[in-house]
Design a protein around this ligand. Structure first.
Ligand code: ADP
Length: 557
């Protein structure tokens, strides 16, 4: 009943703890999800901002070049363009084209440099007139054209309004400022624009200017490597929330990367934002640790704390339960100890009183009977003394204030005397006492009273539990470093499972023999403590041919 109520209390703590833990786990899970969503949104926002900055940078470069192209005086067009081709790092190639003459510069047939030949081949569609120049389409808003423009513009439309505004401001500011200048230079304002061009799946950017209906179209091809070096400056130094960014070109090549993304390169990026319309088919890819599954540290930590919490409650409950169980056992043992000791004291006291009263009333006239009764009184009072000594010793040993008085003794003579003194008890139990003790002196240093108490307890047990075996053998042997005292009987012996436990306090073998015999379960535990304290050992061995054999080992002096 007691044990059940302890388990019930434990469950009372454990069940709410499990419920709280489950709820906490769910909360943590949702919180982690919320954090992840917020983090991805923040990363996306930051990435879009960087993408916009890149576009603005390209726009600024383009506007700057377009403005410079428009400012070239007509008379110096050829020389300026050639000079740019030579010296301007942003310019890869230059051209002059007219509707009537076709390509004026570089001249098709005479073009000697391979770069120029490739340039002409790249833009052959435009230069041959197969594809119409965008200045033909006055409706075009920013004069930006190209085969993939319409699809790419859709991407831009999906950008948020704020970013659109940013781009618009960047564009109108630069355009407006140079337009005003140009107006003062030319009566007829020029048209200009940029064409993202794909040749062999590679992006090229061509800028053009047209000053009027019958005037030639001239322009430059952007040097993308120089443009790239300007874009690199627009990347943040240390990306926050992301492991890294990468600028990826149309063939999926990483042109530039920021942050530690070497290990993540092969995985799909968390987000990829197109850089159209300025750099169609180029994109800004962002890699995060979360995408590679290592950003769940919050969740892992929370789970770990939960596990520790449950484990602490479970183990705390377990320990409490064990403690309570031990307390219960102790209480039970103490109760049975008190009743056992009282019982043991009562038996000799009853016989002492009975025979003393008989003698006192003078009812026993027979001298022989008188001395027999007196003998019983003496034996029983000795038994009482032994019992009281055991209880007192137990108390002292438990409180660890038992004092030992070591002295040199002749172990052989001492054992003979002790057995001699207690032989009447053995005889009373109708047992034969066999003694095998050497005649010569065997010197040991020990506490005489403690050793006597141990031998008495062993003889007492043999008389109590093995009287039916009719024999008790008390022997002593001298070894090289110690002596061995054996107290052996032909009783029932001790079952395997109890052979060590009998030396624990209050332990009694749970059999019919023990239940019929009085005892407190203290004798052997006291013997073990005392022998160990005097530097020796005591243990049980099964006797050959049946019975018990208690072995006491003590060091020689
Ligand atoms: P007690 O004799 O008061 O019960 P002990 O500590 O002396 O306590 O002995 C512990 C138990 O060991 C006994 O209850 C008994 O079951 C068992 N025992 C001790 N000596 C013998 C023996 N010679 N033969 C059989 N059983 C024994």
């Amino acid at each position: 009943m007691e044990k059940r109520s302890i388990q019930f209390y434990w469950l009372l703590i454990l069940i709410p703890a499990i419920i709280i833990s489950t709820a906490a786990f769910r909360l943590i899970y949702h919180e982690q999800e919320r954090i992840n969503t917020l983090e991805s949104a923040a990363v996306e926002e930051r990435t879009r901002a960087i993408a916009d900055t890149l576009q603005v940078t390209v726009q600024a470069v383009e506007d700057q070049l377009a403005r410079a192209m428009q400012e070239i005086p007509e008379a110096q067009l050829n020389t300026t363009l050639l000079d740019w081709e030579e010296n301007n790092p942003l310019v890869r190639n230059v051209f002059i084209w007219s509707e009537n003459q076709g390509l004026i510069y570089p001249e098709k047939g005479l073009a000697s440099i391979s770069e120029e030949r490739n340039f002409i081949a790249r833009f052959d569609g435009l230069f041959s007139g197969r594809i119409k120049w965008p200045y033909k389409n006055p409706d075009s808003d920013d004069n930006r054209s190209g085969s993939s423009n319409s699809g790419l513009l859709k991407d831009v439309q999906s950008l948020s309004n704020s970013r659109k505004e940013l781009l618009e401001i960047a564009k109108t500011e630069t355009t407006a400022s140079y337009r005003n200048d140009l107006d003062s230079l030319n009566k007829e304002p020029s048209k200009s624009g940029w064409i993202p061009w794909f040749a062999e799946n590679k992006l090229y950017i061509l800028g053009w200017v047209n000053r009027g209906e019958n005037k030639p179209v001239y322009g430059v091809e952007l040097e993308l490597m120089t443009l790239l070096s300007r874009l690199i400056n627009s990347f943040p130094e240390i990306p926050s929330g992301a492991s890294g960014y990468a600028l990826v070109d149309d063939s999926g090549r990483m042109l530039h990367q920021v942050g530690n993304i070497d290990s993540l390169k092969d995985s799909t990026p968390e987000l990829s934002i197109s850089l159209a319309p300025h750099l169609p088919h180029w994109s800004l890819a962002v890699y995060t640790a979360a995408a590679s599954g290592s950003n769940n540290s919050f969740m892992i930590l929370a789970c770990l704390l939960l596990v520790i919490f449950i484990a602490a409650i479970a183990s705390g409950g377990f320990l409490l339960m064990r403690h309570a169980k031990q307390n219960m056992l102790d209480a039970q043992q103490k109760t049975s100890f008190v009743s056992n000791v009282s019982h043991e004291l009562k038996t000799p006291l009853t016989s002492i009183r009975m025979f003393a009263e008989l003698l006192m009333e003078g009812r026993v006239k027979d001298k022989e009977k008188t001395s027999k009764y007196l003998g019983i009184i003496v034996t029983e009072s000795r038994r009482l003394t032994r019992l009281v000594n055991n209880v007192l010793d137990f108390g002292r040993l438990e409180q660890e204030n038992k004092k030992y008085h070591f002295e040199d003794i002749d172990a052989a003579a001492f054992l003979k005397e002790t057995v001699e003194f207690h032989s009447p008890r053995i005889k009373d139990a109708e047992m034969e006492c066999v003694i095998d003790i050497p005649d010569e002196e065997i010197k040991i240093k020990t506490d005489r009273d403690a050793l006597e108490q141990v031998i008495l307890n062993l003889i007492d047990n043999a008389v109590k539990y093995a009287a039916a075996g009719k024999e008790i053998l008390i022997s002593m042997k001298q070894g090289t470093a110690d002596i061995e005292i054996r107290v052996e009987d032909r009783g029932p012996g001790i079952p395997e499972a109890h052979r060590k436990k009998i030396f624990e306090k209050f332990h009694r073998v749970d059999d019919t023999l023990t239940s019929k015999t009085q005892g407190s379960g203290l004798g052997l535990s006291i013997a073990k403590k005392m022998i160990n304290a005097t530097g020796g050992d005591i243990y049980y061995e099964q006797r050959q041919g049946g019975g018990s054999s208690f072995v006491v080992k003590l060091p020689l002096r």
